[in-house]
Design a binder for this molecule. Structure first.
Ligand SMILES: O=C(O)CCC(=O)C(=O)O
Ligand SMILES: [Fe+2]
Length: 281
């Protein structure tokens, strides 16, 4: 049963993100959208198990639905409820970075705990900036995690430490944040979205022993025009990356090395010459 909670305003959501590095958006997805996505995921799990990676910290995952359903997935990637918020925290510079689905089955719920970490970009691991002190929303990248199943007290839950993005380790964050240090697990109904600065320390808390639900999620990472690509592997179908629509083409224009290779090997149209097509092995 979906119950109506008081919906936070756009201003509340953005103020919370600015203050804590994340915000929760209840009812971001409608019941119809949830049905559509869950049916798609269930069909993919059953018919194309080879498209899903083996459990990592208890979660199987796939990037394949963007390849098989590009236009439908684009409607979720630039979702009318969340995308304006993404654009706000990325100063109107949002670029596609990564999109995937994950599923924790009930039997793996209690062993699905991750370690607290920050999602550091490909260039960030080599010294590139991991947050932007000049952005009131601090983010060089942001991610939306959508719950596609209800997340009860017993279920695996996304969990964050507010304002921890500047610390090199969780211990350091604990020591320096002192009384302000807190771990906030996010629970909520299917359709809840969590928007977070990816360098805020976070984890997946494991479910309780005996949890019968597991957890299903959709993860959507965004970069900024002024950031480098987040990953060195994500790929985008031609219909989006070389769309006739200028906005669409621009949004999907931050190509990873693997995307350049993918385009060279799979696209029918010529690849724009500003990408170093021949340089990529
Ligand atoms: O699944 C979750 O709750 C968190 C996932 C995550 O942090 C990651 O994959 O980097
Ligand atoms: Fe993460």
């Amino acid at each position: 049963m979906r119950t109506k909670s008081v919906q936070p305003s756009r201003e509340d959501i953005l103020a919370h993100y600015k203050e804590k590095g994340f915000a929760v958006i209840p009812n971001a997805l409608s019941a119809e959208e949830l049905d559509y996505l869950n049916q798609l995921v269930e069909a993919s799990l059953q018919q194309h198990p080879d498209q899903w990676h083996q459990p990592q910290s208890g979660a199987v995952g796939t990037v394949s639905l963007l390849q098989t359903h590009p236009l439908d997935m684009d409607r979720f990637i630039r979702h009318p409820v969340t995308f304006p918020l993404v654009q706000e925290v990325l100063l109107g510079e949002a670029r596609f970075a990564q999109f995937d689905f994950r599923d924790v089955s009930p039997d793996l719920a209690s062993s699905s705990e991750m370690h607290f970490h920050r999602d550091i970009s490909y260039y960030g691991t080599m010294g590139g900036k991991i947050y932007d002190p000049d952005n009131p929303y601090i983010s060089t990248y942001t991610c939306v995690i959508y719950y596609l199943s209800d997340v009860h007290d017993c279920c695996p839950a996304f969990c964050l430490v507010p304002n921890s993005h500047t610390y090199d380790s969780l211990d350091d964050a604990k020591a320096k944040l002192g009384n302000a240090y807190e771990e906030i697990p996010i629970r909520g109904q299917a359709g809840t979205a969590v928007l977070y600065n990816i360098t805020t320390y976070h984890t997946r808390k494991g479910g309780r022993e005996g949890c019968t639900h597991g957890r299903r999620t959709m993860h959507n990472y965004h970069s900024r025009a002024s950031s480098y690509p987040l990953t060195n592997w994500a790929t985008v179908p031609e219909v989006l990356a070389l769309s006739d629509d200028h906005e669409t083409r621009l949004f999907y224009s931050q190509w990873t090395p693997n995307q350049i290779k993918f385009a060279r090997e799979n696209y029918t149209q010529p690849i724009p010459s500003y990408y170093p097509v021949q340089m990529i092995k």
